[in-house]
Design a protein around this ligand. Structure first.
Ligand SMILES: [Zn+2]
Length: 160
């Protein structure tokens, strides 16, 4: 799905925000979240021990402003070289899980070929991690007993 006007404006505003806040070895990615009431930004935090993505920072900024309707999100990377323009990047796996849990209907702006597209968080991660996975049924256990019994029989049988 191609971008609508607010989404294009979000990409432009996030890119501008990153260029103004970019710091070598500290902030190379910015995320922008468009909500029902406005735009919130977040910076990627780079340390020598671990990194924190820009998307959760931007979402936290929106949520702490009691702005709960998250409509669109984008992350922009820039290496700081004026000859290389900033570029939209897709969310990492952890951020995809975060987006599915906090805003499954949010539109995530991602690169698609030479263009940009907006897809739902659920489309980016159709099978998210769940804390309540399907329990193993009695049937599954019986199958495992059958397999274990067959393995025991084979192990103890005379090969000749
Ligand atoms: Zn991430």
């Amino acid at each position: 799905m191609s971008l609508n006007t607010p989404q294009n404006m979000l990409v432009a505003a996030t890119t501008d925000w990153l260029v103004r806040h970019w710091v070598k070895d500290r902030h190379h990615v910015a995320a922008g979240v468009l909500t029902s009431r406005g735009t919130h930004f977040g910076l990627h935090l780079d340390t020598s021990g671990c990194d924190f993505c820009a998307e959760p920072v931007a979402i936290a900024n929106a949520l702490q402003s009691d702005d709960l309707t998250l409509r669109d999100i984008v992350a922009v990377f820039w290496d700081g070289d004026p000859s290389n323009p900033p570029c939209v990047i897709p969310p990492c796996g952890d951020c995809r899980q975060l987006l599915v849990e906090y805003a499954p209907d949010i539109h995530v702006i991602i690169p698609e070929g030479d263009d940009l597209a907006a897809v739902s968080a659920s489309d980016l991660l159709p099978y998210p991690y769940a804390q309540t996975p399907r329990k193993v049924s009695v049937h599954d256990i019986k199958v495992r007993d059958d397999i274990a019994g067959e393995m025991y029989r084979l192990r103890n049988s005379d090969p000749h």
